[in-house]
Design a protein around this ligand. Structure first.
Ligand SMILES: NC(=O)c1ccc[n+]([C@@H]2O[C@H](COP(=O)([O-])OP(=O)(O)OC[C@H]3O[C@@H](n4cnc5c(N)ncnc54)[C@H](O)[C@@H]3O)[C@@H](O)[C@H]2O)c1
Length: 446
């Protein structure tokens, strides 16, 4: 069966979730393009969007329609070509409306797993729980023919474990999209020992069609992206705990977030990133990876304490950021959670946070915010100058930033040494493309 033939009947399980809905959007666009080819005129196409959450599925339909309109608006030239034989479509909005209708007609939404029966490609994007995933994969495998293949979006569970426990005989591969899947260019590809060679080839074809950059990762829990993120976050948490005696815990979290954003020239501070991913999701990655990697402490009780207080971060249905370690106003950090008082301590530039800023010291010369450097052709030159000045500085901020950079580099090198990544370049590519860093962790800046 060719890849195009497989693409005629696809299922996404967990379709109403954050990742599932984005994967559904990408597939809808690719499948609609296939369907519009003259040779496929009479071929039925189906995209089954399955989720246990009925209410969320209602929202999914509306979400997908809105996103398809936006995607259509960005690709009118391509759509005009696809619809060149439709003389009735005069204006751009006619063409976009036709495309949205065609894409929407692919969908079958529901809670019944049986809808996946005739699918030859299945995307699994349900919650990060091994038992739920294994149970689901087993059920799916009984429903579908033995030629069905599975792309799992797991962030941390080894693919070998899913393959073995669900008895899939190598018909599964980790295709780890980044959040949000429609925007992020990166996907990590993780093959189990038994993964069939043709499934690896299909994955490369899929990546090409969905315009994703693939970075291969070996099948070690956490893979490259979360392998780095988990350890990077734990470094910040542990440093914050050390600083808490002098600056209180909220003050120390404020410090580590600020240092990791401003002085490391990253798109967001580490605690903001943990909030973005979700404190509970981060905790879940920590628990899962800890279960598979022995001899390294990859847990911290601060996470459980936050979860106990139901301070979870993550996003609302409209994409806005929920409060977590930090409180957000108009999408920007405006306060920090005080576990002892169970309330947020708002930033106060003329009070406590201003005092901390003074203690962090002046920023080294040449510092440029991440946003300003993003599109700057002289980015690398400017970073080299800035990091040279950072290395020469001895302020509290500079010391913490240097220790942070060193730790991040050591994590990167460990991922290569322990066989998770094949090369330093693969580690750097994941951080550059999946986390929007301006430089990889394995660098000569430190
Ligand atoms: N959120 C991220 O940043 C991110 C990034 C990359 C990978 N992932 C991975 O993607 C997967 C999904 O994560 P998410 O953030 O989209 O989670 P989510 O909670 O937003 O969505 C999960 C969806 O799965 C549904 N679900 C749960 N059990 C189900 C079942 N048995 N059958 C059908 N549907 C079921 C839920 O109703 C929910 O809609 C996880 O494996 C996660 O580790 C997440």
């Amino acid at each position: 069966m060719t890849f195009d033939e497989r693409l005629r009947n696809v299922s996404v399980i967990g379709a109403a979730g954050k990742m599932g809905s984005g994967i559904a959007l990408l597939l809808a666009q690719e499948m609609a393009k296939q369907k519009l080819k003259p040779e496929n005129k009479n071929v039925p196409y189906r995209l089954n969007l399955i989720d246990v959450n009925d209410v969320a599925l209602d929202g999914l339909q509306t979400y997908l329609k809105g996103q398809l309109i936006k995607a259509g608006e960005k690709t009118t030239v391509l759509l005009r070509d696809l619809y060149k034989n439709r003389e009735d479509l005069v204006e751009n909005y006619d063409v976009i409306a036709a495309f949205v209708d065609d894409a929407m007609s692919l969908f079958r939404l529901g809670t019944d797993l049986g809808m996946a029966k005739n699918s030859h490609i299945i995307f699994e994007a349900v919650v990060e729980d091994k038992n739920i995933k294994v149970d689901l994969l087993k059920k799916l495998d009984q429903l579908t023919g033995k030629d069905a293949v599975y792309f799992t979006n797991t962030s941390s569970i080894p693919i070998n474990v899913l393959n073995r426990e669900a008895n899939l005989g190598g018909r599964i591969i980790g295709f780890h999209f980044y959040n949000p899947p429609a925007v992020q260019k990166l996907a990590e590809l993780i093959a189990a020992d038994q993964t069939k060679p043709e499934l690896k080839e299909m994955s490369l074809e899929l990546a090409k069609r969905l315009r994703k950059t693939i970075v291969p990762s070996n099948d070690i829990a956490g893979f490259i992206g979360n392998g780095h993120f988990l350890r990077d976050g734990l470094h910040a948490i542990r440093e914050a705990k050390k600083l808490a005696d002098e600056y209180t815990l909220p003050g120390a979290i404020y410090i580590m977030n600020k240092v990791s954003q401003d002085l490391l020239v990253r798109p967001m501070g580490i605690f903001q990133l943990i909030d973005y991913v979700g404190v509970n999701v981060y905790q879940c990655i920590s628990e899962t990876v800890s279960g598979y990697i022995k001899g390294e402490n990859l847990k911290d009780d601060l996470l459980a304490k936050m979860i106990q207080k139901k301070v979870l971060g993550g996003q609302r249905a409209d994409g806005s950021q929920k409060d977590g370690f930090l409180k957000y106003e108009k999408g920007r950090p405006a306060g920090v959670y005080d576990l002892e008082k169970s309330e947020y301590k708002m930033f106060d530039p003329s009070g406590w946070s201003g005092e901390i800023d003074k203690k962090l010291g002046d920023y080294p010369k040449g510092i440029v915010p991440w946003r300003n450097l993003l599109m700057d052709p002289k980015k690398d030159e400017k970073l080299t100058v800035y990091f040279k000045n950072l290395n020469a500085s001895n302020t509290l901020g500079a010391k913490l930033a240097k220790a942070y950079l060193k730790n991040s580099k050591e994590i990167g090198e460990f991922l290569v040494k322990s066989g998770v990544a094949k090369s330093a370049q693969d580690v750097n590519n994941v951080l550059l493309n999946g986390f929007y860093h301006l430089y990889g962790p394995i660098n000569d800046y430190i």
